[in-house]
Design a binder for this molecule. Structure first.
Ligand code: AMP
Length: 271
């Protein structure tokens, strides 16, 4: 990778992914192409960010299909290291993330964000991109990486791009491939619940508990859905809100059958 990286002149836009590429990833590639001379995309399912009970072993992968999508979207270099290339020896150094990892997904995936921050640190040092792109769908991940880059003086600009959705609103995700047709249908309730909460807020409702109880009904109607969290938080600190005041992040994590999906929307109260 070092040799290939050195051969590239001009600015580099970088997109870290776990593969199983879809139109969400393509939107990040397009953003990078608009802003940078060359685009590097990594494909790596990072064992450090999975808990033992999670889906590391069965995470979907199809390198040939990914290669086609990446090439057709204009990626200049795919970096798809093996596990031993990324972790050739026992690691002694890890990135430890702070408070932001204690909220939302961090409450349920304890070591997840330290694993993400560690692998992203390795990638940023290998790829040395001027710009790095993340999706809003994984908003907490974006925020933690952005803060890490500021805290530790990485020389890259972090951008967040809007969530790409299917026509029925479901956020596009590699994990959607796990869903049975029945589960796929039920999964649309996640976006419906987010939109319902957003509408309540736009209509002037102020009490978070009331907004959540009302919007939760969308999810409760679906017997295949088990909600892990449904929260309204500050988009900068991720601290839960009790009253709607400034801009807010509405975020949901839910199991649809055995598949855990996340989604969120940001409501800009000032506008
Ligand atoms: P993943 O391969 O799931 O780790 O995702 C790699 C990057 O793509 C992350 O920054 C995600 O937030 C982003 N991403 C995943 N799904 C979407 C989507 N539906 N819309 C926009 N970005 C996405």
């Amino acid at each position: 990778m070092k040799k290939e990286r050195r051969a590239i002149n001009g600015t580099i836009g970088f997109i870290p992914t776990m593969g199983c590429l879809h139109k969400g990833h393509v939107s990040l590639i397009e953003a990078a192409k608009n802003e940078c001379d060359k685009v590097i995309l990594s494909i790596f399912v990072n064992p450090l960010q999975f808990d033992p009970s999670e889906d590391f072993d069965k995470y979907p992968s199809n390198f040939e299909a990914d290669k086609k999508i990446a090439e057709n979207s204009g990626v200049d270099l795919i970096f798809a290291p093996t596990n031993t290339e990324m972790y050739p020896f026992e690691m002694n150094s890890f990135v430890s993330t702070g408070k932001l990892s204690g909220y939302l997904c961090g409450k349920f995936r304890r070591r997840h964000f330290d694993g993400v921050a560690t692998v992203v640190t390795k990638f940023l040092n290998i790829v040395t991109p001027q710009n790095t792109y993340f999706g809003q769908k994984d908003y907490q991940q974006y925020l933690i990486i952005k803060k890490m880059v500021e805290d530790l003086n990485f020389d890259t600009e972090i951008s967040v791009m809007p969530t790409i959705r299917e026509v029925d609103g479901l956020a596009v995700s590699s994990r959607n491939t796990y869903l049975s047709p029945e589960e796929r249908k039920a999964a649309t309730a996640i976006f419906r619940a987010l939109v319902k909460a957003e509408k309540e807020i736009i209509n002037g409702k102020k009490t978070v508990a009331d907004i959540i109880i009302k919007s939760m009904t969308e999810l409760e109607k679906e017997r295949l859905i088990k909600v892990q969290y449904f929260e309204i938080v500050c988009p900068f600190t991720l601290q839960p809100k009790t009253v709607i005041d400034n801009n807010i992040l509405i975020a949901i994590a839910a199991y649809v059958g055995s598949t855990r999906l996340i989604d969120n929307i940001i409501v800009d109260i000032d506008n």
